[in-house]
Design a protein around this ligand. Structure first.
Ligand code: CUA
Length: 394
């Protein structure tokens, strides 16, 4: 985790002076934005557990060389423990190196004929000391970790629930309205609980800014929660190696300003009604994970490109051929393994039961619009002025 957190920090922290300003601004923002209840709860806990007190100044100073800006109510548990272990290790490293150097000089062999003194074989005081001190340190680390762990495991009862599905190599976030998005949008004014599972292999949801990491396991649900304290966008990544495109299994956490989340959800949930099939298909292409494996410009990725796919003959792995018409595309979306295009691995997950007929039609319309010969057969966009030209796609 350290390394990922570090590289994440690197990508953002180019200008340290700007970073300090930003942190000051965001700290002020956080002070305003944290709802009184949970924010002060966390502070009370911190005060009660004097345990954490001495790690506080550093953990509150915002992002550092080691960790990105903390942006959730429980991030400080991880930060305290990280810095506690870091300083304990640094102290003992320095102590051992200094003592070793001093003893090397003090007890070096000065005369080539001298013999070494007999070493003392036993010292009860010393042995008690080097047993008792490490035991105390280990108990301290356990206690601090256990308190933080329990807090981070136990979701508040009023948490807003979002379902998360991991799939090679894409995240799906399903909101209570049934709407599915490829990014995690959350309100700032309440805690959020994530109920997660995977469609294929084990993935791991990792949000460095929230110090949040939890596995998604096929065939069962796992859950975690967080309460964001700062509006903004934060990277979300997969932290469990899950195959070829593991490193591109990325998404964003968008923390909305108070009151904005509900508006966003309503607008986003109605995109099928408000857009033409081609435009809706373009959005589905991004949100349903097609973009991970199918390019729009003819580039070969894990699956065949959508560019000029419609209406062209396709050769399959078993030697047969067919023309890519609506029925072929529909079947390939719902049951991809029915016909495998020659030269491509049978990697695509089935979408049976995941897309309704409107969405399948929108995806087919979008694929049609990418075909030079058949683009005009796709339903034209509702507003020709605003609609992007089919070929101007990325
Ligand atoms: Cu999913 Cu790595």
């Amino acid at each position: 985790m350290k390394r990922e957190a570090l590289s994440h920090n690197d990508t953002r922290g180019g200008d340290t002076r700007g970073g300090a300003d930003r942190r000051a601004a965001s700290a002020a923002q956080a002070a305003r934005a944290v709802p009184a209840s949970r924010g002060s709860e966390a502070c009370d806990l911190r005060r009660q557990t004097g345990l954490f007190a001495w790690g506080l100044p550093l953990a509150q100073a915002g992002g550092s060389f080691w960790l990105p800006d903390p942006a959730s109510t429980t991030a400080h548990y991880t930060d305290y423990l990280f810095y506690a272990i870091f300083y304990i290790s640094a102290f003992f490293f320095a102590l051992i190196v200094v003592l070793m150097t001093v003893f090397l000089i003090l007890y070096r062999r000065r005369d080539s004929r001298s013999k070494a003194d007999k070493a003392p074989s036993h010292s009860t005081v010393l042995e008690l000391f080097w047993t008792f001190v490490p035991v105390c340190i280990v108990i301290y680390i356990f206690a601090a970790g256990f308190i933080g762990y329990m807090e981070m495991r136990t979701a508040p009862p009023d948490a807003y629930e979002i379902r998360v599905t991991g799939q090679k190599w894409k995240w799906f976030f399903t909101y209570p309205t049934g709407y599915v998005d490829e990014n995690l949008h959350v309100p700032i004014d309440r805690p959020v609980r994530l109920v997660m599972t995977s469609r294929d292999v084990i993935h791991s949801l990792f949000i460095p800014a929230f110090r949040l990491k939890m596995d998604l396991v096929p065939g069962r649900y796992t859950s975690t929660w967080f309460h964001a304290v700062r509006p903004g966008e934060y990277p979300l990544l997969c932290a469990e190696y899950c195959g070829d495109n593991h490193s591109s299994m990325l998404a964003e956490v968008v923390v909305h300003e108070p009151g904005r989340f509900e508006k966003w959800l309503e607008e986003a949930s109605n995109f099928m009604k408000n857009l033409s099939p081609v435009e809706a298909g373009r959005i589905l292409y991004q949100r349903q994970g097609c973009a991970q494996c199918h390019s729009l410009d003819g580039t070969r990725k894990v699956g065949p490109s959508f560019k000029n796919a419609y209406g062209e003959p396709v050769r399959f792995a078993d030697g047969t051929t067919a023309v890519a018409d609506e029925n072929y595309l529909r079947e390939s979306i719902l049951v991809p393994d029915a016909k495998i295009v020659a030269g491509y691995p049978p990697q695509m997950p089935p979408y049976q039961g995941l897309l309704d007929e409107d969405k399948i039609a929108a995806l087919i319309a979008f694929i049609k619009s990418l075909s030079d010969a058949h683009a005009d057969e796709a339903t034209p966009p509702a507003d020709a002025d605003e609609a992007p030209a089919p070929d101007a796609s990325p």
